[in-house]
Ligand binder design. Structure first.
Ligand SMILES: NC(=O)c1ccc[n+]([C@@H]2O[C@H](COP(=O)([O-])OP(=O)(O)OC[C@H]3O[C@@H](n4cnc5c(N)ncnc54)[C@H](OP(=O)(O)O)[C@@H]3O)[C@@H](O)[C@H]2O)c1
Length: 229
């Protein structure tokens, strides 16, 4: 009997992370999804998929919390490691008027912490596995049009850190992905966003599945098309 593929989704209490958990359950993966605090929506999903979905606790900005999850998961194989957790603060602000705390919080949550999660769990991802972090089109320096400046900077920093990670792992057979899901209607994306969650997430998962077994780093959109750095 073939073993089911496994995915660890970091930040699945709501929004895109919750939808990613649902999508992977629907594709018959064994899903481990994390929350910072109990999520009624993820609990409901676990009731619908009691065999497929297991819920763990993790705050990506807390090294002790990362260590605890590492200990709990042991040496379990993670076919897809997917870091989704992110925040957007002060999106109307510019460097002159933003609170330093908001900028630092985004840099820590959106750039440093996802990479600490990647560094911690990457040894559990097999050669044909996928190491993925949710980035954003706004993280592209080449195409940015001055929108949500501070948030965009944190995603550009994430892209750079993932690039450096991939350089340190030259010759690694695993797919390393920075994925832009599109502008999606969630608490972060807001009601004006172009896409519904259903128009984004199935494409994101299909694009990630298509990269399994293909080595190297790719900054890509939900269709799997390469984005300019
Ligand atoms: N929506 C868009 O248009 C869009 C576009 C491009 C990229 N993205 C990226 O996609 C990802 C998900 O966005 P979203 O739209 O679903 O946002 P969201 O609705 O605001 O959800 C954010 C998720 O991240 C979690 N999170 C935040 N900080 C965390 C931390 N320190 N540790 C663990 N979990 C944490 C939240 O958990 P809590 O419930 O505990 O707060 C929540 O599950 C983010 O990385 C975002 O930057 C979104």
């Amino acid at each position: 009997m073939a073993t089911r593929k496994t995915v660890l989704i970091i930040g699945a209490s709501r929004g895109l992370g919750l939808a990613l958990a649902e999508e992977y359950c629907g594709r018959d993966y064994q899903v481990t999804a994390t929350v910072r605090a109990p999520s009624a929506a993820l609990d409901d999903l676990a009731e619908r998929f009691p065999v497929s979905l297991e819920i763990e606790t993790l705050d990506t900005t807390d090294p002790a919390s990362i260590k605890k999850l590492k200990e709990r998961l042991g040496t379990r194989i993670i076919d897809t490691l997917l870091v989704n957790a992110g925040i957007c603060l002060a999106h109307e602000n510019t460097p002159i008027d933003a609170d330093v705390e908001d900028f630092v919080a985004m840099m820590v949550t959106n750039a440093l912490s996802p990479m600490r999660v990647v560094e911690t769990f990457e040894d559990q991802v097999p050669p044909r596995g996928v190491i993925a972090v949710i980035s954003s089109e706004l993280g592209s320096i080449a195409t940015n049009r001055g929108f949500w400046e501070l948030y965009s900077s944190s995603k550009a920093a994430l892209n750079m850190l993932m690039k450096c990670f991939s350089q340190r792992h030259a010759g690694d057979p695993r797919a390393m992905l920075l994925i832009a899901p599109g502008w999606v209607r969630t608490e972060m994306g807001g009601s004006e966003a172009k896409l519904s969650i259903e128009e984004s997430i199935p494409l994101v998962v299909t694009a990630m599945e298509a990269r399994a077994g293909k080595p190297g780093l790719k900054f890509m959109d939900r269709h799997g098309d390469r984005l300019p750095w």
